[in-house]
Design a protein. Structure first.
Length: 99
């Protein structure tokens, strides 16, 4: 069970590393392997959660800059910007979850 969660989180982390500023783009070719192995033989509801977890880790690492934009240019406080970014990451995580 824990291995499945780790595989989903590892997919998110590998995808983060494949984008800027890290730029290890070859990781993008293998990043989904841990998620696909974690999805092997699980129920659709568990599969949705694993995909959601992978997406949430990925989007947390790639849309972090939204907090600074909302705080600096939007005039929102950090106490508002951080939950909104978490909500955005959760919404975007629905896409890998439904995959």
């Amino acid at each position: 069970m824990i291995k499945r969660y780790f595989g989903a989180a590892l997919t998110g982390a590998l995808l983060i590393a494949s984008f800027a500023p890290f730029g290890y783009w070859p990781l993008a070719w293998v990043a989904f392997i841990p998620l696909l192995l974690a999805l092997d033989g699980v129920a659709p509801s568990r599969g949705f959660f694993l995909g959601f977890l992978a997406g949430f880790v990925f989007f947390l690492g790639t849309v972090y800059w939204v907090v600074n934009s909302m705080h600096s240019y939007g005039g929102l406080g950090l106490a508002t910007s951080v939950p909104l970014m978490l909500l955005l990451a959760a919404f975007l995580s629905l896409y890998p979850g439904f995959f």
